[in-house]
Design a protein around this ligand. Structure first.
Ligand code: PDD
Length: 284
């Protein structure tokens, strides 16, 4: 079953004890990250840890470790569990104390937990593309924080699944924000577009890699709002996340996008992204 991390201790999962009054459990009062491991190498670790600290900071949780210590703990966990192709889930809550909305005193320490799992790259879906549906974005106004509160995301994803779709692409009053667990992009007239990194979306690490790749390879790109109508009439649509990478959307609400196959921009970015993965592997 492998080891898990509780604060700075590696232990068997069955030994890990989380208090029933942990604020993560009772209020969703915490933040998290999902980080990819390819061939034992942690992909974009620094970027994920930066965002982890930023998220914690934004909700006033003090991370008990510095970034270097956290990275060392992650590496320890991966080595101990012999993760090959997989992911790390890590979360930090405000700690355990008698239930009360008010923050506990400084004697209550945040609780860090992490575990790993093996996950293969979604090669079949990356090749064929997947279906998506449009849904209302009913989330709060701080989607830039990777908070544990994922109920609207969970509901949207379940609705997508119930409709035979891989992802729900969300909109606020007609403006497309992002997916329930991914960032969303369109390609229109030779330009890649994605919602700007405001409070209304999570600034995905995969998104940041994609923007850099576009810039480095002269692929026209804009962080600009676009509407449902633009989504429906796009030449190409794709989504991105740590686990889904660059996933083509070939059908939206039952209508084919483009010719119903992943388009050339999506393919080009997938190829470039793969090179990033290969480079990260050989960095180890
Ligand atoms: N989800 N937007 C939302 C709402 C997300 O939940 C995610 C990631 C992303 C993409 O971010 P990144 O490229 O850093 O993975 C965008 C993770 C994987 C999850 O909750 O499982």
């Amino acid at each position: 079953m492998g080891k898990v991390l509780v604060n700075n201790q590696l232990m068997d999962r069955t030994e890990a004890i989380i208090d029933i009054e942990d604020r993560g459990y009772q209020f969703g009062d915490g933040v998290y990250e999902v980080i990819r491991v390819y061939d034992g190498a942690v992909f974009t670790a620094d970027e994920h840890l930066d965002r982890f600290f930023q998220s914690a900071n934004k909700i006033k949780i003090d991370v008990q470790f510095d970034q270097k210590q956290l990275l060392a703990l992650i590496h320890q966990l991966i080595e101990e569990n012999n993760v090959h192709d997989g992911s790390i889930y890590m979360q930090l809550t405000r700690g355990a104390s008698p239930r009360n909305h008010i923050f506990p005193g400084s004697e209550i320490k945040p609780v860090l937990t992490a575990y790993t799992k093996e996950v293969a790259r979604p090669e079949g879906n990356l090749e064929t593309g997947v279906k998506a549906m449009i849904a209302d974005d009913i989330r709060w106004l701080r989607c830039d924080i990777k908070s544990l509160n994922l109920l609207p995301n969970v509901l949207a994803k379940q609705e997508a699944t119930d409709h035979g779709c891989y992802e729900a692409i969300l909109h606020r009053d007609g403006t497309v924000t992002e997916g329930s667990s991914s960032n969303a992009y369109i390609v229109k007239d030779g330009k890649v577009m994605t919602h700007p990194a405001t409070n209304l979306i999570l600034n995905g690490i995969t998104r940041q890699v994609i923007l850099k790749l576009c810039q480095a390879h002269q692929i026209p790109v804009a962080e600009e709002e676009f509407q449902i109508e633009d989504l429906k009439t796009a030449d190409e649509i794709f989504i991105s996340s740590t686990t889904s990478e660059i996933m083509p959307i070939v059908e939206l609400d039952g209508q084919s996008i483009g010719d119903g196959k992943p388009g050339p921009f999506t393919r080009k970015l997938q190829t470039l992204f793969l090179k990033e993965i290969e480079a990260a592997k050989s960095d180890v």
